[in-house]
Design a protein around this ligand. Structure first.
Ligand SMILES: [Zn+2]
Length: 340
C-alpha cells in the first residue's frame, strides 16, 4: 500500500452517486442467493468473484439483472441495504446518498409500504451499528418511460420515507429526452426533494442543459460531456452545480475511451465543484477508495488535495449544516494528524 492509498483508505468520506442494487458485492449476493436456492446465480464466493469480474458492458447488465432477480421480498431489500452500508463502513464512508429505484422492486411484487420499512430499518440500523448515515435518492428508470416516472413520483411523494432527500433519473439518455420528465420533477421539487438527474453520461452537453433548465438539477449525475461545452462548464462553476464524477464507470460504459482521457481535469480547471463517486462499484470491479486513487492520479494530488476532494462531496451533499460541519472537521483532523 502506498502512503496515498493508505491515506485514502482511512479518510472519512461521503459518497453522492452510488446505486442500491449496483452496490451488491459478491459477499452480499452470496447471502441473497442462499435465501433463494432456486436462483441461477452462483452461490460459492470464488465463482461469484469470477462472475463479478467486469468484462464488458453487456456482462455488467447480466450481473445487474441477476442481482435484481434475487431481491424478491422486503427482507432481501433490508439485507441488501444494511450490507451495502457495511461495505461502505469498511471504506470509512460516513455518509452516502444511495440511489434507489423503488419502481423495480414494487413492480416485482414487494408491497410499497414494506419496501419503505425495509430501507428505513436498514438506514437506522446502519447509522446505529456502523456509523454510516444513509440518505435516499429515488430515481426514475427512464427507459420505462412516463408510467415509471408517475409511479416513482407517487412512491417518493405519497410514501416519502424519512431518509429521502432527492429525486433522480437514470437509464439510457439516448431516445429518452429529459424534458418529458419535467412534470414529475416539478412535483418532487414542490414536495421539498432535491433534483439530481443523470445527464451527459452518454449524450452531449445539451442533455445537461436540459437537466438544468427543465429538471432544475441541483447536481448532475456524471455530466461527462459538459467538458465539451466551455459555456456550460462556466455555468456549472458560477452557479455551483456540482458534478458527480464516476471515472471507472465512465470507462466501463465507454462514455470515455480511457481513464487518461477522462475530462476530470478540465472540469476542475474550469472551477466546477467536482465530487468523486463509484456508481455500481462491485459490478465495475472498483470501490470508492479506488476512485479516489484514480482521481488523485489524474489530478496529480497529494494528501491535502485528496482531502479537499473529499470535502467537495460534503459541500455538495444534502446533509444539514451541522452534519456538514462535523464531517468537514473530521476530514481536517484526519489530514492534520497524517504523518506526511
Ligand atoms: Zn449512476
Amino acid at each position: 500500500m502506498t502512503d496515498l492509498t493508505a491515506f485514502i483508505a482511512g479518510l472519512p468520506k461521503a459518497e453522492l452517486h452510488v446505486h442500491h442494487v449496483g452496490s451488491a458485492s459478491p459477499r452480499i449476493v452470496a447471502e441473497l442467493a442462499a435465501r433463494h436456492p432456486d436462483s441461477p446465480v452462483p452461490k460459492d464466493l470464488d465463482a461469484l468473484a469470477d462472475f463479478f469480474t467486469f468484462r464488458d458492458f453487456a456482462h455488467f447488465i447480466d450481473v445487474y439483472i441477476s442481482v435484481v432477480g434475487l431481491i424478491r421480498d422486503a427482507e432481501d431489500v433490508r439485507l441488501l441495504t444494511y450490507e451495502v452500508a457495511r461495505d461502505m463502513a469498511r471504506q470509512n464512508v460516513r455518509y452516502a446518498e444511495l440511489t434507489v429505484t423503488p419502481h423495480s422492486s414494487v413492480t416485482r411484487g414487494i408491497p410499497d409500504v414494506a419496501f419503505m420499512e425495509a430501507i428505513e430499518d436498514a438506514r437506522t440500523g446502519a447509522e446505529r451499528d456502523l456509523g454510516v448515515v444513509l440518505r435516499w435518492c429515488f430515481d426514475i428508470p427512464g427507459e420505462l418511460g412516463l408510467p415509471a416516472a408517475e409511479e416513482t413520483t407517487r412512491l417518493a411523494c405519497d410514501l416519502r420515507p424519512e431518509g429521502l432527500v432527492s429525486f433522480g433519473l437514470g437509464g439510457p439518455e439516448i431516445g429518452w429526452p429529459r424534458p418529458q420528465f419535467k412534470p414529475y420533477f416539478d412535483r418532487a421539487i414542490a414536495e421539498g426533494l432535491h433534483s439530481v438527474p443523470h445527464a451527459g453520461e452518454t449524450t452531449g452537453p445539451e442533455t445537461v442543459w436540459d437537466a438544468l433548465r427543465e429538471l432544475r438539477a441541483e447536481r448532475i449525475g456524471h455530466g461527462t460531456s459538459a467538458a465539451r461545452d466551455p459555456e456550460l462548464l462556466a455555468y456549472l462553476a458560477e452557479h455551483r452545480v456540482p458534478l458527480e464524477v464516476c471515472p471507472t464507470s465512465n470507462v466501463a460504459t465507454r462514455a470515455v475511451p480511457s481513464l487518461e482521457e477522462h475530462p476530470l481535469r478540465q472540469m476542475v480547471d474550469a472551477g466546477v465543484l467536482v465530487t468523486i463517486n463509484s456508481d455500481d462499484p462491485p459490478m465495475f470491479s472498483t470501490d470508492l477508495n479506488t476512485e479516489y486513487a484514480v482521481a488523485a492520479r489524474l489530478l496529480d494530488l497529494d494528501a491535502a488535495g485528496v482531502a479537499a476532494l473529499a470535502k467537495n462531496a460534503v459541500t455538495a451533499s444534502f446533509m444539514d449544516a451541522p452534519g456538514k460541519a462535523r464531517l468537514s472537521a473530521e476530514i481536517d483532523a484526519y489530514l492534520a494528524a497524517w504523518p506526511g
